[in-house]
Design a protein around this ligand. Sequence first.
Ligand code: TNX
Length: 550
Amino acid sequence: MNTRIAINPAIRLGAVACFTLGVSCGAGNDRVIDGVTEASPSPARLGGSIAVIPAPMKLEANGQWHAIAPDVVITCDDEYRQIASTIREFIEQRTGKLPVVQRRDAGEPSGRIHITSRGANDLGVEGYALSVRRGHVELRARTVHGAFNGWQTLRQLIEQGELVEGESIQSLRVPECEIVDKPRYAWRGMHLDVSRHFFPVEFIKRYIDLLAYHKFNVFHWHLTDDQGWRIEIRKYPSLTAVGAWRDEFSGRYGGYYTQEEIRDVVQYAAERFVTIVPEIEMPGHALAALASYPAISCKGGPFDVPTTWGVFDDVYCAGNDETFVFIDNVLAEVCALFPGEYIHIGGDECPKSRWKDCEKCQARITKEKLSDESALQSWFMHRIEAMLAARGKRMIGWDEILEGGLAPKASVMSWRGMEGGIAAANEGHDVVMSPTSHCYFDYRQSHLPGERGPIWSPVLNTERVYGFEPMPESLKASRRKHILGAQGNVWTEWLKAPADVEYMAFPRACALSEVAWSYATGRDWGAFRSRLDVHLKRLKAMDVNYRPLD
Ligand code: TNX
């Protein structure tokens, strides 16, 4: 069946939309596609464009949209069968018709969607190429991850076709286009604090879905903090029996993830090419752990799991050997649960007052010939790094882990600005840029009265996030490879429900996805803003409680 249809004027998005980031494309007059000359509308009729977020490295289109028949056959190389079935189910959900999936060697593709690794050698691990001609879709990728990324783009195109049409669709429409795409950075992360407020597994999965949809590939899961320990550790049941709960005015508040749930989430994320980086905070932000096991504090407790926010003086005792036995056992279980290479160990905001007054900590300083409590923190982190290295893991921590000297192979997440990251990169360490100035999605999005977020916070709106440049200008060319990428952080002191998290994360995460994925050349807020208008309709269709733009 020929799927070519007459083009409904309503879905003619306009002209030769040719926005490329990093790669230029020719002036868009008439183009020859597949031997057929398509008259492109004159520039004056340029009405809209293809709105993919994050923007692909190279995109050419001519404004024509065509239908893919829902009874299309999907053909693919063997390794892409899983993606093919995902696309198949997506089409069924929308059209009620289930396309047939065939392996490529099953014969000549009669279908309109073809997924292959042929001609994909230059696309890297995460790249893909998408070629759509008269309703024939060819997706090329070298890896399944690349094909998955290409599928996210194709999905956005199909959704845009529907949105423009504005009615229920029997045949899916896609724009004629040529896309070649790969990421600028290897670490494209989003974080979520589940300690200050707890979020159920279903929401964690939805969050991961939304990350994958924006081509994020890291989920930094902030699992422990003063106000709640959220991961089951079999060797230390009190961590979740005691540390996962706090007594608020309104009653007992808390929750945690069982190891079975964690495994399920890890698997779910892996299927979406999202690596989970778990965070176990130390030596500070540890009151929930100390309330459960007070013997590994300096003063011995007792402690309550706090119900207020901030930075607390009681931290793990660095002089007590039992502390390190405890942490080693905890990390053993954590490392076994998370297959990714990185474990985040916090390291931020650790007051030194208890260590100053603690006999054991002072004895440690003397014995190890350390200059002061900062050096003790550094010594602490070196020990932790060795524990992780013994299990084949790499350590990453907030930029305070630089103080007193960085552990030999540690990576740094730079949050108090870019300086920590620059210093670490100059010492040859890998860095993820996550400065409060552009990446703190718990901050307010405007000055308007009633705007969510703490009143003390600076205003961080989507435009400002979009203006973020993770690569410091001052960094020498030889050090640039150490900037792994960028990450947005969603702290939840003031966010109680999933809808609150969505409101703070979106659309700022959309902007950040483009900062981290797309090449910086040609970045333009006005153009992004237009694409975002379309994209917000996609988010709306998914019931995402995003903050409307001003
Ligand atoms: C600082 S960022 C913190 C968090 C807070 C956040 C609030 C970091 C490493 N520590 O504990 O939640 O500010 O914006």
